[in-house]
Design a protein around this ligand. Structure first.
Ligand SMILES: [Zn+2]
Length: 436
């Protein structure tokens, strides 16, 4: 422990000082006039002659103060040396580490560098280029902890624009931990790019279950990369979106009912179907009347129905429940029943049923693997928190990369509770604010 020569000025800080110098041996002293040095000057590194104390150098940091480190002079050869200033470097590193962490968390929440600069004006003034530099260096140095025992993964793409350039963001998420396995930005999303991305980030020797969107030709890439070790599931919520898009925006009750019967294949929509069924006869009757009368009737009927659907949604949200998933046999029966009647359906729905039949193994793979996911919901949620659609248009490429890495770090739990406040780090500088 360093010997402290306490003066009236530094006496109140003795605890703080002994904390700061705790890593130094008994050979050191902190003098009454505030110089940190060896009690007995060292031997000259050039000629071995004992050196003598020779004043000090001051290390300064704006707004934080300064510390004096002793200098030594060799009487024999004239060599001059300085005591090491590691304690000062550490104090600064602690302080700026916290400053960087504050800025990084603001970035994580999409605060612009301009706004961070203005906030930092109240804490420790720094210009926005310095802040950007600090944050980006810190992000680059932090590794995303790797996910172990990958089994169930979600794969998805986003197509953000960096200025005028179309970029492709490919993302792999671990289904169990919801952690990011890989999240990278490319100039292209051709089969080779996707293949390389998968090979680099997944164990291709291991059995894997991957969820993706429909119709993007991933199956071939997966077979090339994983051979027969891959189970490929199409996201059922994406299928639902496609089903909804098969219908015109202004549906009749009859069409609406068919839409919900389609959605009912994989998810329980009985309540909606029941509601719509009670309106079917009435719609037939209203259709006999004038166009104007039907129009006002359908507007009212749809209003009531959407209201009903919204209330069901709210109830699910309140109870934190998702739509109830059909069992395999329910799904199969619902599908077969619709397929049988399909001659009477509109063409887009008939085509959709054919497609579902064709993709049936990929739509139902999750039924045959324990605890397997059927949707890409986790990755949708991840995207919605990390790079919102309205934001991905304005960001430049470094900005997109920064957001990608930040979200991955957040998922991995890197941002825990702060260990130390900025004030804690600042208090350590108090002995040096005025060293007398
Ligand atoms: Zn010397």
């Amino acid at each position: 422990m360093t010997e402290m020569q306490l003066s009236l000025i530094n006496f109140p800080y003795r605890e703080m000082l002994s904390n700061i110098f705790q890593d130094y041996s008994n050979d050191f002293e902190f003098t009454a006039s505030g110089i940190f040095r060896k009690i007995v000057p060292p031997l000259c590194p050039e000629c071995g002659h004992p050196m003598s104390h020779n004043g000090f150098n001051t290390c300064q940091k704006r707004h934080l103060g300064g510390a004096n480190v002793g200098k030594y002079l060799c009487g024999a050869c004239g060599k001059s040396t300085e005591e090491d200033r590691d304690f000062w470097i550490k104090l600064k590193a602690d302080f700026f580490g916290i400053v960087t962490e504050i800025c990084t968390r603001l970035r994580l929440n999409h605060v612009s560098y301009e706004v961070i600069e203005s906030i930092m004006g109240y804490l420790y003034p720094r210009d926005k280029d310095t802040i950007r530099n600090m944050v980006q260096c810190a992000i680059e140095e932090t590794d995303v902890p790797s996910v172990k025992n990958i089994q169930f993964v979600h794969y998805d793409e986003q197509h953000p624009k960096a200025g005028r350039n179309q970029k492709y963001r490919l993302t792999l998420l671990d289904s169990v931990t919801r952690q990011v396995i890989a999240d990278e930005l490319f100039d292209s999303k051709d089969a080779d790019t996707i293949e390389g991305f998968l090979r680099r980030n997944l164990d291709t020797q291991k059995q894997i279950f991957i969820v993706t969107d429909l119709y993007r030709g991933y199956s071939n890439v997966f077979k090339r990369v994983f051979g027969n070790k891959v189970i490929h599931q199409f996201c059922l919520l994406h299928l639902n979106k496609l089903i909804v898009n098969d219908f015109p925006r202004k549906t009749s009750i009859e069409q609406e009912l068919l839409k919900y019967k389609m959605l009912n294949i994989f998810f329980n929509r009985e309540l909606e179907i029941e509601f719509l069924s009670t309106l079917i006869e009435e719609e037939k009757m209203m259709r006999q009347r004038s166009n104007k009368e039907y129009k006002s009737w359908i507007a009212e009927a749809k209003h009531l129905f959407y209201d009903f659907v919204r209330r069901l949604e709210l109830r699910r949200r309140r109870e934190s429940k998702n739509l109830e998933q059909r069992t395999y046999h329910e799904a199969l029966n619902n599908f077969k029943f619709l397929k049988m009647q399909s001659d009477s359906f509109m063409i887009s729905v008939r085509k959709r049923l054919d497609k579902i039949e064709e993709l049936w193994p990929n739509l139902t793979a999750f039924y045959f693997t324990d605890n397997a996911p059927a949707t890409n919901n986790p990755i949708e949620n991840y995207y919605s928190t990390s790079l919102k659609t309205h934001r991905k248009k304005q960001l430049e490429e470094p900005g997109i990369k920064e957001q990608i890495k930040l979200s991955a770090l957040k998922r991995a739990g890197v941002f825990g509770r702060p260990q130390k406040s900025l004030l804690n780090a600042f208090f350590m500088f108090i002995p040096f604010l005025d060293t007398g």
